[in-house]
Design a protein around this ligand. Structure first.
Ligand SMILES: Cc1cc2nc3c(=O)[nH]c(=O)nc-3n(C[C@H](O)[C@H](O)[C@H](O)COP(=O)(O)OP(=O)(O)OC[C@H]3O[C@@H](n4cnc5c(N)ncnc54)[C@H](O)[C@@H]3O)c2cc1C
Length: 387
């Protein structure tokens, strides 16, 4: 086959692929069917140090850039796995790294790097405010050496498989701040201490095998020392981390895109109907070729976002555009893959329907396609603001 392989970072790819090969399709299929957590897979990735890629060496990580980290996530998805089970461990710690105190960093980062502690969760979304984050209603009120948390969150992922969670809450009422983005703060919540002592976690059964939950806070007390950075600046800190999150998820979508393209190319070459391989029909070839073009185009924007991020340059437009293009391209590839598997695409044993569900998520979360378009329209093109 003449398929061009311009894969960069082949050494990382080979090593991650070798690890992923120990967890074949059957493993991920069974975990999906049981709606279980891929504990053994996440443990293996942690032990091999892959999830600590972005943690600086002084804290026990490997101190790699976003570029290398994105290759790790891409390879997990490209191998048939789903980084959604563990990608939080890779980027949530960035908030602590950039804005935490020295004491917090020394206390938590080495343990996150070794896998002793999981910081897999970040609680931002609320049921009544959705994407309009500055309207969040969860409050954190200072009482002596503690903050008391009340409110509700929704769609908070991996809480049942994490030790720590970053929480965004209002510390000053919206009516008392000059800018709506002010007056929110972020906290590190010790989930083992919190659950059952003011935090109630209710799982949300959903379309993907993605462990995600509703959270109810009722007078949850957390030590004031768990505030990250300055009180009132939390929204800015959360935004700081989003470019990394979006770029990594773009890479995951590119991994998915290649997985779909590899599977469908093989299938249409082997499947004979009307006396010839179905892939000989241009009606079958063209959507597959088109998807390949789109995945590769998205990949260019992903490298651009990584390059700017690693050079500490502004990369908001590129990170958002990479996520937009990659999520769209992987979804098109998923559609082509399902379509040309015919009825077999719907059979669990082909894994297409599982990956199809998994990749669909990325047009809604962690940010919807419309909100990216709105960001580009207003912040890149300077069009009038709509909200
Ligand atoms: C499986 C899963 C896991 C998640 N994990 C987490 C997590 O770990 N932590 C967390 O904090 N959140 C998480 N989320 C939440 C996710 O980030 C939100 O669902 C997403 O940002 C969309 O917000 P919403 O669901 O409130 O939709 P809404 O804000 O209600 O919007 C619904 C739709 O309306 C459209 N829309 C809304 N406003 C506008 C506008 N102004 N202009 C144009 N279109 C608009 C968009 O298309 C959007 O998709 C998760 C969600 C899912 C489904």
């Amino acid at each position: 086959m003449l398929k061009q392989t311009t894969d960069r970072y082949q050494d990382i790819r080979d090593a991650v692929r070798a690890l992923c090969a120990e967890f074949p399709d059957e493993y991920h299929r069974k975990i999906d069917e049981q709606r279980a957590y891929p504990e053994a897979f996440v443990d293996a990735l942690t032990k091999a140090g892959w999830l600590a890629a972005l943690i600086p060496q002084e804290y026990g990580g490997s101190g790699l850039g976003l570029t290398e980290a994105s290759v790790i996530m891409e390879e997990i998805n490209r191998s048939g796995g789903n980084s959604g089970a563990c990608h939080g461990q890779m980027y949530n710690m960035g908030t602590l790294l950039r804005h935490g105190s020295d004491v917090q960093k020394r206390k938590y980062l080495p343990k996150i790097a070794s896998g002793e502690l999981r910081l897999q969760s970040m609680a931002v979304t609320e049921p009544s405010t959705g994407t309009d984050t500055t309207k969040i209603k969860t409050t954190a009120l200072k009482r002596g050496d503690r903050y008391v948390i009340n409110g509700q969150k929704v769609w908070i992922s991996r809480v049942q498989h994490s030790d720590l969670m970053i929480l965004l809450a209002r510390t000053t009422p919206l009516s008392d701040v000059k800018k709506k983005s002010e007056g929110m703060s972020i906290f590190l919540v010790d989930l083992h201490q919190a659950i059952g002592s003011g935090l109630d976690v209710r799982p949300i059964p959903n379309m993907v095998n993605h462990e995600t939950n509703e959270l109810f806070f009722e007078n949850l007390e957390i030590p004031a020392d768990n505030l990250i950075g300055e009180e009132g600046q939390g929204f800015k800190y959360i935004l700081d981390g989003l470019n990394a999150e979006r770029t990594l998820i773009a890479a995951e979508c590119i991994g998915d895109g290649h997985w779909f393209l590899d599977r469908v190319s093989k299938y249409v070459t082997e499947r004979v109907v009307f006396g010839r391989p179905i892939g000989q029909n241009q009606g079958v070839q063209f959507p597959i070729a088109e998807s390949y073009i789109e995945v590769e185009a998205a990949n260019l924007m992903r490298w651009k976002a990584c390059e700017l991020f690693d050079a500490h340059q502004p990369c908001g437009p590129q990170a958002n555009m990479a996520k937009y293009l990659a999520a769209k391209a992987s979804w098109e590839a998923a559609n082509a893959c399902l379509q040309f598997h015919g009825g077999f695409g719907f059979a669990n044993e082909y894994d297409v329907e599982r990956k199809f569900r998994e990749t669909r998520l990325y047009q809604v979360a962690p940010i919807s396609t419309n909100l990216i378009l709105s960001y580009v329209a207003e912040h890149v093109l300077g069009l009038p603001r709509s909200f």
